[in-house]
Design a protein around this ligand. Structure first.
Ligand code: ARG
Length: 426
């Protein structure tokens, strides 16, 4: 590709180190899409004839078929997906040698990654929507089952199982917005940026963007080829989702313990021990919890690649791909596992209700009842605290009344959430 300037090629022992072909498999679809649009723009600019364009389009289509049929043959010298496609196209048609006019791999990779991020933001949204829907469905099923709510992992106030599940649903519901932001931030077309400083060829960038269904074009070519903020945004959405799924998983691990005994692990979502015959373990929840590390690691790796890079393109940016793909794959796989896990959650209504019947979980309600009758809160707190300490505390209401006064609207909120995610879920 740069044969003219070079007398010798890269040492074979460095070829694999420099190659990004493995990671690039994720991108061939977008690279071909960008090439078609670039070819059409070259034709409109008078660089390609109508028949050359037709040949290029036919060649690119042929290459697509080869990729889809897994018959595309990479050459030793293919450094990345862009060089591989360009090399193959030139084999298929002499017009292929004209396609790279006015463009650079630096803009191609920025373009491919933006389209990848846009698409995966949508896929992740669908997976998340399904997890949220399962959580809200469970919340509906257990809307009124009393349960202790915890702070510091100490029983605090009585809530319901449905309310607790909805708390997890709300967190993941917010992540859907994060993916929407990532989607929007990816939606800018960098084609026409060249290596860093644009091109003298008259490419109609707005028209190219329209053809791709992209809302906007990038404004500054130097920024466009070195910017990976959109990838960082998507990976952050993955990190946030992973954190939330991990916290949900941790609750499930606790609930499944003999000490809590709040959920029964169905055989289909549990694993046993090769040594201890009696064991039933929440491995799936633990894996979901453990997997959060991958997303967070990917975020740190990506941010570390970006920090300190001088403008514009530097080869370090090649390293941004692995982290991005790892975080996205991780969140999709974890989300799908979480969806199944939640679907099979089976609460032991009696045990949860028994745990919630501890009268001291209504001590705060009792203090507030005194406040309603005119006692200053600090005095009420003191008075109820003393009764609890001396064993003479009697709650003002039964559990149901206590819950009804604070934790209401579970079914209504669950229903509203389910309606909102219905359109995007898997
Ligand atoms: N393989 C490179 C990447 O993934 C593509 C761009 C290469 N550009 C360059 N000037 N070496 O980032």
């Amino acid at each position: 590709m740069w044969g003219g300037r070079f007398e010798r090629s890269l040492l074979p022992e460095l070829e694999e180190f420099a190659s990004s072909l493995d990671a690039d498999q994720y991108l061939y679809h977008f690279d071909l899409q960008g090439s078609v649009v670039h070819a059409r723009a070259l034709q409109k600019a008078g660089i390609l004839s109508g028949s050359e364009l037709a040949e290029i389009e036919r060649g690119l289509q042929q290459i697509r078929t080869e990729f889809e049929g897994r018959s595309f043959a990479f050459a030793e010298t293919d450094e990345d997906i862009h060089t591989a496609i360009d090399r193959r196209l030139t084999e298929l048609t002499p017009a292929g040698a004209k396609l790279h006019a006015g463009r650079s791999r630096n803009e191609q990779i920025a373009f491919d990654l933006r389209l990848y991020c846009r698409e995966e933001a949508q896929v992740a949204t669908a997976v998340l929507a399904s997890v949220v829907d399962e959580l809200a469905a469970k919340a509906e099923a257990y809307a009124d089952v009393p349960m202790p709510g915890y702070t510091h992992l100490q029983r605090a106030q009585v809530v319901t199982v449905g309310y607790h599940l909805l708390a997890h649903a709300e967190a993941l519901f917010r992540d859907i917005d994060r993916f929407a932001v990532a989607y929007e931030n990816a939606e800018k077309m960098p084609l026409g940026s060249g290596a860093l400083a644009g091109t003298t060829l008259p490419l109609a960038r707005e028209a190219m963007a329209r053809e791709l269904g992209l809302a906007r074009v990038t404004e500054n070519s130097m920024d466009a080829v070195s910017d990976r903020d959109f990838a960082l945004d998507l990976v952050y959405a993955c990190v946030s989702t992973s954190i939330h799924l991990s916290r949900l998983a941790e609750d499930i691990v606790l609930w499944a313990s003999s000490e809590f005994g709040f959920v029964r692990l169905a055989d289909e979502i549990a694993t046993g021990s090769s040594l201890m015959p009696q064991k039933k373990n929440p491995d799936i929840a633990e894996l979901i919890r453990g997997r959060a590390g991958r997303s967070l690691g990917a975020f740190v790796a990506l941010a570390t690649v970006l920090k300190g890079l001088p403008l514009t393109y530097n080869r370090d940016l090649q390293e941004s791909k692995e982290s991005l793909f790892a975080a996205v794959d991780n969140v999709l796989q974890t989300g799908e596992a979480a969806m199944v896990l939640v679907e099979h959650l089976d609460f032991d209504r009696e045990r949860v209700t028994a745990a919630a019947s501890d009268p001291t979980l209504r001590a705060t309600d009792a203090a507030e009842e005194l406040v309603r009758k005119g006692t200053p809160f600090h005095e009420a707190h003191e008075e109820i605290g003393r009764l609890v300490r001396d064993g003479g505390f009697v709650p003002p209401w039964d559990v149901e009344t206590s819950i009804a006064k604070r934790v209401f609207g579970v079914a209504k909120r669950a229903h509203a959430i389910r309606r909102k995610v219905a359109r995007v879920k898997l």
